[in-house]
Design a protein around this ligand. Sequence first.
Ligand code: ZN
Length: 185
Amino acid sequence: MPRVTSAVRPRVSTTQAAPSLSPVVGVLHTGGEFGVVALRDVEPGEVLMTIEGERVGKPSRTSVQVSERDHIDVPAAWTFEEVLARAPWRFLNHACAPTAWVRGREVVALRRMARFDAVTFDYTTTEAAMATPFVCRCGACGGREIRGFLHLEADEQRRRLPHLAPWLRARVEGPSPRVRGSRGG
Ligand SMILES: [Zn+2]
């Protein structure tokens, strides 16, 4: 039985004001760089955090793509403390052999993690084209340039299928897969 009737207005304002602190992950600043770490043992499949923020129409250095046209970014009005508390996803680093993946708005553990293990995901599984490409220092790839899914070779795109965002999946599985602009030879 629903307890809330039209006569009783739910008090949503206090809930919205409360920071969505994650008990599972924390933001770590070390060696001049930010990163996200697990705060306790994590099992594969656990939801580590949700991607909350402002929906914007084009990618930025910090945004995460959540649909063909939409990207989530941290609202400019948020203080740094608010970003730390409400958007730890903002500090997720890229890795070519990541420990998590993005499923819708959720960041989900890919493998077992221990306390203080780095939480990372493969940016090329959500970003069609990075706003700011960079040279990867994940240690697993030998320093490749990360430019986004559309810049990957066809076999690399297929390899990402199990944890690929749905709008990028269509690019691989569709009847007319996108042909890369670069010419061989
Ligand atoms: Zn890498």
